[in-house]
Design a protein around this ligand. Structure first.
Ligand SMILES: [Zn+2]
Length: 338
């Protein structure tokens, strides 16, 4: 089969790779129907994280089950499945508590920009749809496997409630999906922080009520103007830089909450400042598996359409162009089809 391999910053190649096989009895192998490039894939691509030895890339996927190990009972060959970037047995104590991305048997996916993918913990990880979905549903189901699940978790972690005010920091795919989540969870006012016209437009389409283009303390001041001077009830931090985290913490009212899902890079939080802010903070890799059943249902019933975050669709063999387009901000998110 063929798949994406990163060799060094800026150098992603589409290469022949060994066909994945069932290794553990709990594994499945799927044929990829769609995969994509994640914002977090850009960290090594931009040289902001070490690449190390050349290695495959990708952790977002939907596909058709090809083969299952002897202990996999939940899914069978031929089914269309949605998974997530963190595999989970769905039976350990952390999974039963709803924190599947802290599964005691967790393995992170990292080989999905390929024709076929081995899925560890397949029984607990994959959710099959009743039927093969229509082609136009595929992008939204793919979004559910990561960015929509992560945006959903950001909104839950920020404790978005009906009638509340939410701020979304970050206008990448996760932030835009965070707008969808805040709306679905009943936020009355959703302030999207963005200075890109096309992303502002999509945020408004997804349910944002206000756009703030300013950043840093100016952005915080604008949010305070819009929230009676005290800040928002809930802030979704969807970037992961020191600046975006600061902006999120400062935009939250005393007693409000920040949900942070951008993988932190050089983020340091001052204990005294957090203490006196009265702001609650929860983040981490989203337990997407917890949300899959109802997010898949919301997609299939047409209630949400997070697949709109894909503004570039390429054949999988042009994966390098997908990285380049996202790196150069010509695309929010690139969908790849084998
Ligand atoms: Zn588990």
């Amino acid at each position: 089969m063929r798949g994406a391999v990163i060799h060094s910053p800026g150098d992603v190649r589409f290469e022949n790779l060994d066909d994945p096989k069932v290794i553990e009895p709990t594994d499945a192998v799927i044929r990829t129907v769609a995969t994509c490039v994640c914002g977090s894939d850009l960290w090594p691509y931009r040289g902001l994280e070490p690449v190390g030895d050349p290695h495959p890339m990708g952790h977002e996927y939907v596909g058709i089950v090809e083969e299952v190990g002897s202990e996999v009972t939940g899914v069978r060959p031929g089914q269309f499945v949605v998974g997530s970037f963190a595999t989970s047995d769905n039976t350990c104590a952390n999974c039963l508590n709803g924190w599947q991305s802290s599964c005691l048997n967790r393995e992170f996916m990292s080989t999905c920009q390929a024709d076929y993918v081995r899925i560890p913990n397949a029984h607990g990880t994959l959710v099959a749809t009743d039927e093969h979905p229509d082609a136009e549903m595929v992008p939204s189901l793919l979004a559910v496997s990561d960015v929509m699940g992560t945006g959903w978790y950001a909104a839950l972690a920020a404790e978005v409630k009906p009638g509340s005010t939410a701020v979304v920091v970050g206008d990448g795919a996760v932030g835009l999906c965070g707008v969808i989540a805040a709306k679905e969870l009943g936020a009355e006012r959703i302030i999207a922080m963005s200075r890109h016209a096309s992303r502002q437009q999509l945020a408004l389409e997804f349910g944002a009520t206000d756009i703030v283009a300013e950043r840093g303390e100016e952005g915080v001041a604008r949010v305070k103007d819009l929230t009676g001077g005290i800040g928002a009830d809930s802030v979704l931090e969807c970037v992961g830089t020191a600046g975006s985290m600061r902006q999120a913490l400062h935009s939250t009212r005393p007693g409000g909450n920040v949900g942070f899902v951008g993988v932190p890079h050089e983020v340091a939080i001052d204990g005294q400042e957090l203490f006196f802010s009265h702001v609650g903070l929860r983040g981490g890799p989203a337990p997407v598996r917890r949300f899959l059943p109802y997010l898949i249902d919301r997609v299939l019933t047409g209630r949400i359409n997070p697949g709109k975050v894909f503004d570039l669709s390429l054949p999988l063999d042009q994966v390098a162009e997908g990285y380049k387009a996202m790196d150069e901000r010509r695309a929010v998110k690139a969908l790849l089809k084998p």
